[in-house]
Design a protein. Structure first.
Length: 261
């Protein structure tokens, strides 16, 4: 029988030790814990959309499959981050951002889903490339600062493309030595967890486009919106309007009082 290479087991042991250190750091910090809850709630929204939302045609099925991809990317990013692979986490985050932008675009341009499904790679790159989708969303929203472009390029520079600047993701704070393999760095954990929360929160918001149908839909929306409001209030210092949350809470209370829809 072929023996599985022991070095992979040793690597996994080291990753698990770093995961426990990362977990302890998150549990000891209010703001890191809030980031983690935001990520978990967004992933729950995506999981709910991918598994429970009905689809009546191929276009709707594409939206569900994009939600499934976003969930898997979120899970991969969190696993890499907790295990001490900070640069690799950023690389996956770019996929999260690009896929979220595409899902957002399809919600506004439903007729383009079938075109995207049928096109070859050359046409997809020309008509649905990452830059074209970002510009279309900025134009739709009236954004002239091109902040979507800045966020995308930052992830490319630090994680996706091999750049000299990206080497900082392989170094401990205050050191210029490159670390081979996973490592625990509180400052990197803080920075990357924060960016992951901001990135996947956008994906979770896209999962709420479908209208609630039952008590499970209302409850998942309530959990997500409450966490999003708490997160935004804490990190942006703004008091979000919680009218929609109160409205959904009233709906949940009424459904429970009636014993169902």
């Amino acid at each position: 029988m072929t023996v599985f290479p022991q070095n992979f087991d040793l690597l996994a042991t080291g990753e698990e030790q770093i995961r426990q250190m990362s977990k302890a750091a998150i549990e000891a910090s209010e703001h890191l814990s809030l980031h983690a809850r935001m990520i978990e709630r967004a992933m729950s929204m995506l999981d709910h959309m991918a598994k429970r939302r009905p689809h009546s045609d191929k276009d709707q099925l594409v939206l569900l499959m994009l939600a499934a991809r976003l969930f898997n990317s979120g899970a991969s990013a969190m696993k890499l981050l907790m295990g001490g692979y900070y640069q690799s986490t950023v690389m996956v985050m770019r996929d999260l951002l690009e896929t979220t932008f595409l899902l957002d675009y399809f919600h506004s341009n439903h007729d383009q889903i079938a075109v995207w499904q049928a096109c070859d790679e050359k046409k997809r790159s020309r008509e649905f490339g990452a830059m074209k989708i970002r510009v279309a969303l900025d134009d739709r929203d009236g954004y002239t600062e091109r902040k979507r472009e800045a966020a995308y390029q930052l992830l490319c520079q630090l994680g996706t493309h091999p750049t000299y600047t990206g080497f900082q993701m392989l170094q401990a704070k205050g050191s210029n030595l490159t670390i081979v393999g996973p490592f625990f760095e509180p400052a990197s954990l803080d920075a990357v967890l924060s960016e992951l929360a901001k990135t996947i929160m956008q994906a979770g918001s896209q999962a709420r486009h479908a209208k609630e149908r039952d008590i499970a839909d209302y409850r998942i929306s309530l959990d997500y919106l409450t966490t999003q409001a708490d997160w935004s209030d804490h990190f942006f210092g703004t008091k979000m309007d919680r009218g929609k949350i109160a409205e959904i809470q009233a709906m949940v209370d009424e459904i429970e009082r009636r014993g169902g829809l």
